[in-house]
Every structure is written in structure tokens, then in C-alpha cells.
Write a protein that binds this ligand. Structure first.
Ligand SMILES: [Fe+2]
Length: 511
């Protein structure tokens, strides 16, 4: 016990030293950006030289940070609509704005009006902070472009500009589509190259899946306690060109859990308002109610001939990394299970329930990998058998700020081929955590520092040689993935450079 206490004390001391170091470097490197964040919560870092007119797909005005997600489910398992979420400014009276969506199938002609007057229509989790509005619009026509505005239609100046999106095609057996996939992105210059490439390839993907560690708002320690909200706002504004026009699905990472700033920790209002994934669960509305999940922590959805499982790699399974407290032992966290073991029971029920004739492709994702860092064995022990049992084709993750593709693997062993036979009883793991996370430049400071950070954060930054024999392809180049479900018998994975836009890696799996 004594050794355990000493060990934990050293973890805390070393963690604080690491945090101090990280932020001294960061503060020295990004002073103007930090000031900008404090000056204007809604400032956007928008990519330049892009093929999509980014300024034309930003909410602006009172309504900002507009984001879409799949919503609703019919008896065929199809999403029947979207949730539309947006934010209105801080320091307004709660409920000062209605939560209304106007929508139609022609530009400027809105035949549909949805107002959410329910308890969850708008959430303000930080006293005096922004309100986050959610409206679910169901019963949309398949394969149809819808135009919409959101805000308060009692005064049209309180509405967003007009956006549009396209619903899932009707015949899922003939639906081919592409998902942009990445984890660990963050706001600012580290990820701007990837953001620019996502804009250049805007027409090549139908929706996006961000595998946790969204904005790194928790890591801004030496700025005002409001920096947490400002960084998150800035990130979301910088991605609005995607999020307002294509479903943007999210899952929880370790950087969503709470604030780490000493100013925040010492202020009980901020500390309590931002703890335990509160901002993450308040700002987005994932389809968990439709699929028996819990908030934005775990849920699933279908699209075309594929089923997607959004897993929680942070809490609510044996040994979960943030189910008692966050990784710096600062604040309590976790415990989203409504009943003991509810999450893993849900995961098995969800995997078992997939009609593989209708949806032969089963894609799972969580923030943390099952391989390639020291503590990956914890998650692997909890979920790998289930993923194998139900023949999951791909497990996508982030957390490690680089790219790995494994051979089909189970229990640390692999077969070095990708045929259907090779994959039988094994799962292909893809780690796509390298779009340019905000602490990525720290990777350049040497192996000792990388190893220290890896130990402090459970190996999150560096793989350190673990499971290298499973690796078929790896790179540290900034990158993101494009997952194309081509038909019922073929999917294609492509890793795209966040620097040049070139293809770095490619894998085709067939049934
Ligand atoms: Fe992470």
C-alpha cells in the first residue's frame, strides 16, 4: 500500500512537472493565439486556399457552432433524420432564445418548422456560459438535400445562415459512401494542414467521425479559466464548414473529461461545471436514445450496408482509465453505467443485434487502441473477445498521435494477410490519431521526453515499440482517414496526408 501511495504521489508530481513544461513551451510558442482565444470565444481559425467556401458555411451572428448528427431510427435500422445543434452566446438569460429549425427541400423555402421546448432543448452547463441548443428533425426523405436555418425565428436576425445537407440514399444495398475519420485533432496551427486537406477533399466524404480528443481544451493551463470554453468554441468554429453540412459524429476521449487548468481547478464553479465529460455531453447530441446507449458516451447507428458502433474507451468497464478519476488524479469521473456492467452488456447486445445479411460490414471505434501502447491491454481485455465473437471488421481508434495499421490480430497474435480467411477470428486495428493534435510538436523533443509522457499518460503519445510485430504500416506524418464502404462485399481504407493530400496508405477488405 505504501509503495502504491508513493507511486501515485510520484505520478502526480511528475504529471504536474510535465504539465508545467508542456504549457511553458506552449505559452511561449502561441502567445498571440492564446490572446485571440481569450479576446473572442467565437473567433474561427479557418483554412485558407480551400475548394469549399469556408466563410459561406459558417453560422455567424448570434447562432454559432452549428453541427449535425444522425438521429432517429426506423424498423429497418435506418436513421430517419438529424439532430441539429448550435450555440448562443454567454451571459444571456437562460431561455432567451427559442430552439427552432426551419427546413425544406428548396433553398429559402422552409416547409418544416421544428421547435424544441423540452427540458433538453438547450443546455447551459457553466453558469453564465453559452447555451447549447438541440433540435431533432425526423421523418426526412431518403437521398434528399435539405436546406435549413436554426435559431430563434421570432426574429429572423436571430437565425443562422442557410445550410444544407443530404440524407442517406434509400437503397442501402446500393449505397456506397465515404467517412472521414480521425482522432486527436485539436484547434490551431498544429492541425491546420489537416483541416485544409479536409476542406480540399470536402466533396469526397459523406460524413465525419471524430474518435475523441476533440479540441484539447483541457490542456490550456496558463490562460484564464475561461480558456477551456474558448478553445472548444474555436475548434468547433474552425470545423463548422463540415459540421453544419455533414453529420459529425463524436466519441469520448481522455481530453473530454474535465479541465486541468489550475485556475479552473481552484474555482469550484468552473471545476464542477466542467467535470466528468459535462461539456462533451452537453454540446453534442449523438443517437444514444435511439440505440440504448448513454448520452454521447456510447451509441451506434447504421449507414448503407454498414453498422457503426461508437464505443467508450474511457469509462465503465473493468480497469477503465477514467472511471474513478481523470488521468491526473485531479477530479472524480466516470460511472455512467445505469446498472452494473451496463456498458459491456449494451455492447454485446448491439453487436449481436446486427443483421449481417442486411449490413455485412461492422465497424467499431473507440478513442483508445487495443494495441500499440503499454496500457492497451486493459481495453483489449474488456472488449476484444466481443469484437472477435461478433466478427467486427475494423476497430478504429486514436489516442496515439500517429498512424498504425495492424494485421488482423487477436490476443497479441496476428496473421500477415488480409483475406477473409486471414481475418476470421481476428480484428484489423487502425490507429488514426495523427491529424495534428495540439501537443504533437512535443514529439520532437526526444525519446526520453516521449517515453516520460507515454508513461504518465498511459503511453498515449508514443507506442514505444509495443506490439511492433503486428504493424503492417505506420507513419508520423499528419494524416486522416477516408473509409469507403463500396458495397456489401468491399470496403477501402485510405490514409490521406494532412500535408500534401496524397494517399499514404491504402487497404481494401473484401467479403
Ligand atoms: Fe487521448
Amino acid at each position: 500500500m505504501h509503495r502504491l501511495i508513493m507511486s501515485r504521489s510520484w505520478v502526480v508530481v511528475l504529471a504536474l512537472v510535465a504539465i508545467l513544461h508542456v504549457n511553458l513551451v506552449r505559452a511561449a510558442r502561441l502567445p498571440s493565439q492564446g490572446k485571440q482565444l481569450l479576446d473572442n470565444n467565437f473567433a474561427a481559425v479557418v483554412p485558407q486556399d480551400v475548394d469549399v467556401d469556408v466563410d459561406d458555411v459558417r453560422g455567424g451572428g448570434i447562432v454559432s457552432l452549428v453541427r449535425l448528427a444522425f438521429a432517429g431510427i426506423n424498423d429497418q435500422g435506418r436513421s430517419t433524420g438529424v439532430s441539429i445543434s448550435w450555440s448562443t452566446p454567454a451571459n444571456m438569460d437562460p431561455g432567451a432564445f427559442k430552439s427552432v429549425v426551419l427546413m425544406g427541400t428548396e433553398p429559402g423555402n422552409f416547409s418544416i418548422r421544428h421547435e424544441n421546448t423540452g427540458e433538453k432543448s438547450q443546455v447551459t452547463y457553466l453558469p453564465g456560459g453559452s447555451a447549447h441548443h438541440h433540435v431533432v428533425v425526423l421523418d426526412l426523405l431518403p437521398g434528399t438535400r435539405y436546406y435549413y436555418k436554426c435559431g430563434d425565428d421570432s426574429d429572423m436576425t436571430l437565425m443562422s445562415k442557410e445550410f444544407s445537407f443530404v440524407t442517406e440514399p434509400e437503397d442501402i444495398s446500393k449505397t456506397s459512401f465515404t467517412v472521414a475519420v480521425w482522432g486527436d485533432m485539436g484547434q490551431g496551427e498544429c492541425s491546420n494542414g489537416t483541416r485544409t486537406q479536409l476542406a480540399k477533399k470536402y466533396g469526397e466524404y459523406d460524413w465525419a467521425w471524430h474518435l475523441g480528443d476533440i479540441a484539447y481544451q483541457d490542456d490550456w493551463l496558463f490562460f484564464d479559466k475561461a480558456a477551456y470554453e474558448g478553445v472548444l468554441d474555436d475548434y468547433m468554429a474552425s470545423m463548422e464548414f463540415i459540421t453544419a453540412t455533414k453529420p459529425y459524429m463524436v466519441l469520448p476521449g481522455n481530453h473530454e473529461v474535465d479541465c486541468h487548468s489550475m485556475f479552473c481547478i481552484l474555482d469550484s464553479t468552473y471545476r464542477n461545471a466542467l467535470r466528468n465529460f459535462t461539456a462533451y455531453n452537453a454540446r453534442w447530441r449523438m443517437p444514444s436514445e435511439e440505440t440504448g446507449g448513454v448520452m454521447n458516451m456510447w451509441y451506434s447507428f447504421n449507414y448503407g450496408p454498414a453498422h457503426f458502433v461508437s464505443m467508450d474507451a474511457e469509462t465503465d468497464f473493468p480497469g477503465a482509465y477514467e472511471n474513478v478519476h481523470d488521468e491526473f488524479f485531479l477530479l472524480d469521473s466516470g460511472h455512467f453505467n445505469p446498472t452494473p456492467n451496463a456498458y459491456l452488456e449494451w455492447l454485446e447486445r448491439d453487436l449481436r443485434g446486427v443483421n449481417r445479411t442486411q449490413r455485412p460490414w461492422l465497424i467499431a471505434a473507440g478513442h483508445r487502441p487495443m494495441y500499440l501502447y503499454e496500457n492497451a491491454t486493459v481495453l483489449r481485455a474488456a472488449v476484444e473477445d466481443l469484437l472477435v465473437k461478433y466478427d467486427v471488421d475494423l476497430y478504429l481508434s486514436g489516442h496515439i498521435h500517429r498512424y498504425y495499421r495492424t494485421y488482423p490480430a487477436r490476443d497479441g497474435q496476428c496473421v500477415k494477410g488480409y483475406t477473409a480467411e486471414d481475418r476470421e477470428g481476428r480484428v484489423v486495428n487502425i490507429v488514426t490519431g495523427g491529424p495534428g493534435a495540439i501537443d504533437r510538436p512535443m514529439m520532437g523533443l526526444g525519446a526520453a521526453w516521449t517515453k516520460a509522457k507515454g508513461w504518465l499518460a498511459g503511453g498515449g503519445w508514443g507506442a514505444g515499440g509495443v506490439d511492433q510485430d503486428l504493424v503492417a504500416k505506420e507513419t508520423t506524418e499528419k494524416s486522416f482517414g477516408l473509409l469507403s464502404v463500396m458495397n456489401a462485399t468491399a470496403i477501402r481504407w485510405e490514409l490521406v496526408s494532412g500535408v500534401t493530400g496524397d494517399t499514404i496508405d491504402e487497404l481494401v477488405l473484401t467479403k
